[in-house]
Design a protein around this ligand. Sequence first.
Ligand SMILES: [Zn+2]
Length: 256
Amino acid sequence: MSTLALIFIIGTVMGSFLNVCIYRLPLDKSVVFPASHCPNCDNKLGFFDLIPVLSYLSLRGKCRYCQAVISWRYPLVELVTGLLFVAVAVKFPPFLFWPEFVAYAVFLGLTMVVLFIDLEHQLIPDVISFSGIILGLFFNLFRGNVLSSFLGALLGFGLFFLIAKLGKFCFKKDAVGEGDLYLAAFLGAWFGWQGVLLVIFVAYLFAALVILPLLIFRKVNMADAVPFGPALVVGGLVTLFFGQAILGWYLGLLGF
Ligand SMILES: [Zn+2]
């Protein structure tokens, strides 16, 4: 239990760093320098301002120095990252300081950054996707799956390339962002060629479940650009936690 509490805390600290990436990467700023400061009054944040979740609560969501409102995204990212770390630790024991846990932690970090940047800016930084592709290949090299990983990256990219071409042909506009191609390749490199098919299937299912009600209640219309990265990230998380169970069940249905 205390190990899981420690892992939760490590996750929230990582989430705090992810917040820096989510804020700075789209602005082309370094994620290392300068130290964290309030974007409104430029005051450097002290130790107590940087304690994940708790500092936000104790400051009631406002800057200690200038009272500017702090986005609720900060504690949300910290909390979600902490919970996902715990979920990975429970799902894949033995976990403490195990290289595999580190690999999953990096995977979760990259996908959380994609999720929140794409939601806010409708873009997926190439640096994240390319890092994800390389780390995914490297991770699977150690697990003896490098061929499937390589095919997964190609398949993810290839399928979205086809969907993009088809979308352009049918709707005369870009239906798929370039960032989605590289993100699909990133997830393919992690989950292999079978896994990436599940990722994409879950992503479209999730997108349909979210977008149909929005279309019906006219919160969005067909011409709106809706970021697809978050749906792919959801597909990736479902595949991470339930992929083997789902694929095993499906192959069982087919009689394999
Ligand atoms: Zn301030």
